[in-house]
Design a protein around this ligand. Structure first.
Ligand code: ZN
Length: 73
């Protein structure tokens, strides 16, 4: 089976956190699998997962931009 590849410029509404189904902002490959996480769950798992991550796309800057625009997180 072919590995899933990540080729989007940014995550869209179909990219949901693997843990809570929120909008995903972190796309990371670990153990050969592509995972999606919201900022909250990425922070929760980052320390444990990072040594096994071979590919990392961090879009949390989008979250910061949205927070600025809406004046909330
Ligand atoms: Zn989550």
């Amino acid at each position: 089976m072919a590995e899933e590849t990540w080729d989007k410029p940014v995550p869209d509404a179909t990219d949901r956190c693997d843990s809570c189904r929120s909008q995903a902002y972190i796309i990371a490959r670990a153990y050969g699998t592509l995972f999606r996480w919201c900022a909250h769950h990425w922070r929760a798992y980052e320390e444990k997962l990072l040594p096994n991550v071979t590919e990392l796309h961090d879009y949390t800057f989008l979250l910061d931009e949205a927070a600025e625009r809406w004046g909330q997180e």
